[in-house]
Design a protein around this ligand. Structure first.
Ligand code: SRM
Ligand code: SF4
Length: 558
């Protein structure tokens, strides 16, 4: 065990959390202040725990600075939707609020929830109040705390079982403070001592904390990218859930120019069966991170660094001490893919489900694709539920056979079926992060640019008759890795405007990180390079060989 590697000096964020009086800070005063569209620096940190980010329109930042104007501040709100499941009525609320208080675009995120952008300060409270009526909240979707718990959606047989775990874990790790209810929902303040945080204590976690549940053989959640991954072990005959393998210490973010930062896949430490014990294990993994995580340098504060600093054997021993029993030996499992199953699928209960490809998770109406209108119309019938996938797509779920026709006709009328029939394999496997114009950390474009690059890549693939290849391709505007580019077969990570680092060699199952192929590439060099790769792939690929595996066999990255 390395004892002295984390310094005792705590970060500014730690002090702010500690002094926040249970995540209250001076948010009420900051929001009331009419002189600015923003809030104080300290409150910007605290408000994240309420699922809100202060942002500004980066497209006009420079222009406004020249005119000596303040930045054009607005807020992003991120909902807490464990397992990505909501009812039609809740979609209607999201739609309505998006029209009234946000930019109008609904963003399905890579962690199975919804973000709305462009809320002005005075609209935050009415928005949260409106969501609350529909039993939607944004508690703990950001900040140094357990985030939205994600789970596999593809398995119609097992999804609901897994969803109950996601919901229970999400509930177990909610902060106990009533700050959210007091500030946004006008709940009368009760004694602060009743707001003690038994799990998080005064300073919450050192950093964000992420949990995912996967159902093999489809790793549609990228389970190994999470601080905790639960991998469901299903009895192949009886189709019964036998328990979970437990993986710890996954995390993707890196920092350009800081070679001490790295992406790490979760390590499997064992198996357990009973629900009660699984929840106990998950609970104590989080408390170890609370107690041992680095609070002096946020760059090294995720669980992956805690584990690598103290060692995985130490971690397992500490966990077993805390839970009071030994973990069982990990059970065999395998992943074969990571995709969503698009179109119609009937489940064991004879209910129908339709998965729509939502490019980069952006729901809005285009000229020939009235996605937002279609989803509104479908939701108005209240004949299905909505399910968000970790690939940023939407499944309309639990549809009775008698209602299938109604949904089909709306999908036809609004251009969705036609679109789904024509969208290419590479596009369906693509994902980009938000990046510009709202993300303050973006160094390059993400979701606004990626569709255009994909069109150019489609052209090359078609030239080599590779149009039907399923290649997982992802882009982010900075090395934080929000669309998990380090797990893509082809990954682009923004370096500066119009320039990206190119990564190759992830596997289709999400069990191997890719590697840096070349730095700082502009569009023409990216396309030139990909042209050569695809030419070679067409000529030399083995039967069924996937592009990521081919890149490794060819030693394009070592
Ligand atoms: Fe992320 C920060 C968007 C999934 C790693 N992420 C941000 C912020 C909030 C920027 C900020 O701190 O001000 C971005 C908001 C942009 C905007 O304008 O909306 C942002 N992250 C997103 C989303 C919306 C991307 C998307 O297009 O879908 C995803 C929302 C997930 C959710 O619903 O909770 C999103 N972020 C991820 C993932 C993927 C995942 O979790 O599976 C990662 C990599 C996995 C990981 O955590 O290691 C990720 N985001 C980060 C990081 C780096 C964390 C770290 O360990 O250093 C940051 C920066 C930070 O926390 O300091 C960040
Ligand atoms: Fe912003 Fe970077 Fe995340 Fe993209 S990867 S949303 S640019 S923080």
């Amino acid at each position: 065990m390395k004892i002295d590697s984390f310094s005792n000096k705590i970060t500014m964020e730690e002090k702010i959390k500690e002094e926040s009086r249970g995540l209250r800070g001076s948010i009420i005063e900051s929001v009331k202040d009419e002189l600015s569209g923003g809030i104080s620096d300290k409150d910007q940190i605290i408000i994240k725990f309420h699922g809100l980010y202060q942002q500004d329109d980066r497209d006009i930042r420079e222009y406004r600075a020249k005119k000596k104007l303040d930045r054009l501040f607005s807020f992003m709100i991120r909902l807490r939707i464990p397992g990505g499941f909501i009812k039609s009525k809740q979609w209607l609320s999201i739609h309505q609020i998006s029209e009234i208080n946000s930019t109008g675009v609904i963003k399905v995120t890579s962690r199975q929830t919804i973000q709305l952008h462009g809320l002005i300060k005075s609209n935050i409270k009415p928005t949260i109040q409106f969501f609350n009526i529909s039993k939607l909240d944004s508690i703990a979707t950001c900040g140094d705390i357990n985030r939205n718990v994600i789970c596999s959606t593809y398995s119609r047989t097992h999804y609901k079982k897994i969803l109950t775990y996601a919901s229970k874990i999400s509930k177990m790790f909610l902060p106990k403070t009533r700050a959210y209810y007091e500030i946004w929902l006008d709940e009368k303040k009760i004694l602060e001592k009743e707001n003690k945080e038994p799990i998080y204590k005064k300073s919450y976690l050192p950093r964000k904390f992420k949990i995912a549940i996967a159902i093999p053989p489809n790793n549609d959640v990228d389970v190994f990218a999470n601080d905790i991954g639960l991998i469901a072990i299903i009895d192949s005959d009886k189709k019964k859930l036998k328990g979970f393998n437990i993986s710890v210490g996954g995390g993707l973010s890196t920092t350009h120019g800081n070679s001490k930062t790295y992406s790490r896949l979760g390590t499997i430490i064992g198996f357990y069966d009973s629900e009660e014990k699984i929840l106990r294990i998950v609970y104590e993994i989080l408390t170890i991170q609370r107690d041992y995580g680095n609070r002096s340098d946020r760059k090294f504060a995720r669980l992956k660094y805690t584990i690598d600093n103290y060692g995985i054997e130490w971690f397992k021993k500490e966990l077993e001490n805390r839970i009071g029993f030994s973990l069982k030996k990990e059970r065999p499992f395998f992943f074969t893919e990571r995709c969503d199953y698009f179109g119609w699928i009937q489940d064991d209960m004879k209910l129908w489900n339709y998965t729509i490809f939502i490019e980069n998770g952006l729901v809005f109406d285009r000229v020939n694709l009235k996605l937002k209108s279609a989803l509104l119309k479908i939701a108005e019938y209240e004949i299905c539920n909505f399910l968000f996938t970790c690939n940023q797509n939407i499944t309309l779920t639990d549809i009775h056979a008698k209602n299938k026709k109604t949904i089909q006709s709306i999908l036809d009328e609004y251009g969705i079926v036609n679109y789904m029939n024509h969208v290419s394999s590479i596009r369906k496997n693509s994902m980009a992060c938000v990046a510009l114009n709202t993300c303050p950390l973006a160094l390059a474009e993400g979701q606004r640019y990626f569709p255009h690059l994909i069109s150019k890549i489609e052209f090359i693939l078609n030239k080599y008759k590779l149009g039907k290849e399923e290649i997982i391709i992802r882009m982010t505007g900075c090395p934080n890795g929000c669309s998990r580019p380090y797990l893509a077969e082809i990954g682009f990570v923004g370096v500066s405007y119009g320039r990206y680092n190119l990564y190759l060699g992830g596997d289709p199952e999400g069990t191997r990180l890719n590697k840096l192929y070349k730095k700082n590439m502009d569009e023409s060099s990216i396309l030139k390079e990909l042209d050569q790769f695809f030419n070679c792939f067409q000529k030399e690929k083995l039967d069924g060989e996937k592009f990521g595996n081919f890149s490794i066999r060819k030693q394009w990255v070592i």
